[in-house]
Design a protein around this ligand. Structure first.
Ligand SMILES: [Zn+2]
Length: 274
């Protein structure tokens, strides 16, 4: 199946009442396991390279890796740049074959966030690539506080930037290791009432899973970013494998044992989103 853009997978999800997982990838083994999970469930998947991943592995390597997985998959696979902070990063991702770029201007004043996001969306669209923006600010567990998305600002942001997907702050927090108190459904309803752009929830691992499944089906939230809960499965599986085989030293042998558990965990997430 050819590589897909973010729009290619989010517009059908919006119409059909489901959401697509944006899975945080840190290397070959997890990206391969998540693609296999998507094939097993028969749904699209968004492979995401975030700042931590890019600090570890050059963008052209990640682009080639995601494209190779997509080429061999029988479901749509999106190669997505997560949290780009500079125009140059978006440009480099497009050059590396990514089919979707997020520009995170959420820390900037509104007018500057709109202007810079609009310029990147225009550049992306000219290259046949999708663009995700963020309005409001999604905070971090043990870090910066969130600033909730204002519905009127969201409507203006969507209208003036031309983004294909809009990340919103409605009680979600990055890097939560346990399910939090839940999302503000009144605020989600107020946002989706004033825009028809597919909505994105970052920090999807921290959303109570029953609420996540319900919102995937019943709202314009079409993408949940999922990182922490899968990375936790990776760490647990890796420690178990090493404890069970203390004499193992080969990287391939060690990491092969981790793929089935993270694939199973990812398949469970994908099924839950409809
Ligand atoms: Zn994020």
């Amino acid at each position: 199946m050819p590589l897909a853009t973010l729009s290619d997978v989010l517009q059908p999800a919006l119409g059909e009442g489901r959401a697509v997982a944006g899975v945080v990838c840190l290397g070959w083994e997890d990206a391969r396991a998540y693609t296999a999970a998507a094939e097993e469930v028969g749904v699209p998947v968004i492979l995401q390279a975030g700042p931590g991943c890019r600090a570890h592995t050059p963008l052209p390597v990640l682009g080639a890796m995601f494209r190779s997985l997509a080429a061999d998959a029988d479901v749509p696979v999106v190669a997505h740049l997560d949290h780009g902070y500079e125009e140059a990063e978006a440009r480099a991702a497009i050059d590396a074959g990514f089919t979707s770029v997020m520009f995170d201007g959420s820390k900037l004043p509104l007018a500057e966030n709109i202007a810079r996001t609009a310029a990147i969306a225009e550049m992306a669209h000219a290259a046949g690539v999708s663009c995700e923006g963020e309005i409001g600010f999604v905070g971090y567990a043990e870090g910066a506080e969130s600033r909730g998305t204002d519905p009127e600002e969201a409507a203006r942001f969507a209208r003036e930037t031309g983004v294909d997907a809009m990340a919103i702050s409605v009680g979600n927090v990055h890097l939560q290791t346990d399910a939090g108190t839940g999302l503000d459904e009144g605020r989600i309803a107020a946002i989706e009432a004033v825009t028809d752009v597919p909505l994105v929830i970052h920090g999807g691992s921290g959303v109570p899973h029953a609420q996540r499944a319900r919102l995937a089906r019943g709202t314009a939230i079409c993408k949940f970013n999922i990182g922490t809960e899968l990375r936790q499965v990776f760490g647990t599986a890796l420690r178990a494998s090493l404890a069970e085989h203390p004499d193992r030293f080969d990287r391939v042998e060690i990491l092969r044992a981790v793929e089935p558990p993270i694939r199973a965990a990812c398949a469970k997430v994908l099924r839950s989103l409809g």
